[in-house]
Design a protein around this ligand. Structure first.
Ligand code: 0PR
Length: 381
């Protein structure tokens, strides 16, 4: 019911506190299955300070618009692209929708199709529904990466794009993007890489010596990349990123907004009014942590994943779905439903809806939390 009279701030706050008691918080150490994390304190500061900035009307917030542009350039440079075109958006879903939309508009095919791995995130189902683009699913190999031969056999005159994944949602697997890029170039079809999760992991893991394939604009077939700062970038929600190699893709999805303060403004994003503060927070975090800072975070996460996987292997009745590639470890057990239920009863923020339990070593996940989790798992089993 919409209240007739207003209440005192303290009263409202107390009610909120009570109602949110049910929420799990990242600092509790209980959230093990999420791709989000406790935002970096500096990013929180930026959000609070610049909360009123609206990138939907960049003529009012010219400085913020320039910062978004610089942020896109910094992400582009991380992904080996000299001149990037894109936006800071609401998340991986919006970024993936924008990529499919750009490919569709550039191709101008009557019955457009996109080929994507069976491991792709459900955001592509939204893209398909919204954009009337048919999804053609490619099979996975035994190691859960996409079968590139199957991708190639599925190419038709209607194919407007191919999707590869650099860090799958369930297992953190990185597809063979170099081969996908070659196929895409040979057939003259653009390749989109969904690195929503892996974008803030793989460049740093590679620098640490982990053996991972190239996945970015170094590969000439790659035309767009989704990279989410609100996952491993440690920026508060919402902060996603879409980066295009060529201006034509951004132009193909740009709608004129002629009456805004900046004169004739072009909007490519799905959202109109949108938070400038989050784009500023991405900029600030990249400046603050730098390549070195993110590498340190990724080093810990990767090492913790390897340790956790080795501990899981020691538990009878538990098996890894596959060796970890990034900082995600997924495992199965006998009586999975019962185990999931009992772990949840003990307060663990996990899910087994895909037929296994996924643990994501986000920066808020510490070894002591995982030790407690392992003890609970052993007891329940
Ligand atoms: N692409 C990939 C590879 C993803 O893993 C995700 C989200 C997306 C795109 C979509 O990103 P947005 O959710 O930002 O639009 N993957 C997570 C998942 O489905 C999202 C998530 C995050 C779920 C935190 C739960 C959670 O607590 O697991």
């Amino acid at each position: 019911m919409f209240p007739e009279k207003g209440a005192d701030e303290n009263e409202v706050l107390a009610e909120l506190e009570k109602k949110t008691e049910k929420d799990l918080t990242f600092d509790s150490g209980k959230i093990l299955g999420s791709m989000c994390t406790y935002p970096h304190p500096f990013a929180r500061k930026i959000i609070t300070r610049y909360i009123d900035r609206n990138l939907g009307d960049p003529g009012l917030h010219l400085g913020s618009r320039e910062i978004e542009y610089e942020t896109v350039q910094m992400l582009g440079s991380l992904l080996h692209l000299k001149r990037a075109h894109g936006n800071i958006v609401s998340g991986g879903t919006e970024a993936n929708i924008l990529a499919v939309r750009a490919f569709r508009n550039v191709a101008d095919v009557e019955e457009p199709e996109v080929i994507l791995p069976k491991s792709a995130h459900f955001s592509f189902l939204k893209a398909s529904d919204l954009l009337r683009v048919k999804l053609v699913w490619a099979e996975l190999k035994k190691d859960y990466s996409v079968n590139v031969k199957d991708v190639e056999t599925k190419i038709t005159d209607n194919t407007i794009g191919i999707v590869g994944i650099a860090g799958t949602t369930g297992l953190g697997v990185v597809d063979d993007i170099p081969t996908l890029s070659d196929i895409a170039s040979d057939y003259g079809i653009p390749l989109h890489v969904d690195a929503a999760f892996g974008g803030f992991v793989i460049p740093f893991a590679k620098a640490l010596g982990y053996d991972l394939p190239d996945f970015d604009f170094k590969l000439k077939g790659v035309q767009s990349i989704t990279i989410d700062p609100h996952k491993m970038g440690m920026v508060p929600i919402p902060a996603g990123g879409i980066i295009f190699r060529e201006k034509k893709f951004l132009e193909a999805i740009s709608i004129p907004a002629p009456y805004l303060a900046g004169g004739k403004v072009w909007q490519a994003t799905i959202t109109g009014t949108r938070p400038g503060a989050n784009a500023l927070a991405v900029w600030a975090m990249i400046k603050h942590l730098g390549f070195e800072g993110y590498t340190k975070i990724v080093k810990e996460a990767m090492e913790l994943s390897r340790w956790f996987a080795s501990e899981l292997k020691k538990i009878p009745g538990v098996y890894l779905i596959r060796e970890p590639v990034l900082n995600i470890v997924s495992f199965g057990t006998k009586e999975l439903e019962r185990i999931e239920g009992e772990l949840k009863n003990r307060g663990w923020g996990i899910s087994a809806h895909r037929g296994y339990i996924r643990i994501v070593m986000m920066p808020h996940v510490r070894r002591e939390h995982l030790e407690k989790f392992l003890n609970d798992l052993r007891e329940i089993l």
